[in-house]
Design a protein around this ligand. Sequence first.
Ligand code: SF4
Ligand code: SF4
Length: 140
Amino acid sequence: MAILKFAPEALSNLFKPPVTTAYPAKPAEYPERSRGHIEIEIDDCISCGLCARACPCGTISVDRSAGTWTIDRYDCIACGFCVVKCPKKCLTMVPGYQTPGGKKSSVTYQKSPEVMAAEAKKREEAAAKAAAAKAAAAKE
Ligand code: SF4
Ligand code: SF4
């Protein structure tokens, strides 16, 4: 008599829309707080490397002199440690997963020339200040 138990449910399903979606023809709708992938506002990054040190998978690499930030999304486990550790809050976890692929690859973000120039100027000024302080100390 099990069929009698399921019959009302089966009949009601005839009049309901399908619970499945037509993905990928119809884009997936991710829950608001889903852990998808990491994005960066690269021009806000100060290349401190804290995200790379916090990452349990060694997924991130930071090159301060080149002004780049690189992530291998295929190694990322979406734990969010890097987001928590970033002092500039320039990392965010956004919905949407890494597109599947046959080969692992990384993506590199590059700071804009304006930000690179501003950082270089700051470094030069700091070096000049340090040199002046050293020279003044030597005179005393
Ligand atoms: S979310 Fe986790 S695994 Fe992914 S890059 Fe950040 S720290 Fe690494
Ligand atoms: S922790 Fe933030 S500011 Fe520091 S290198 Fe990573 S992304 Fe850039």
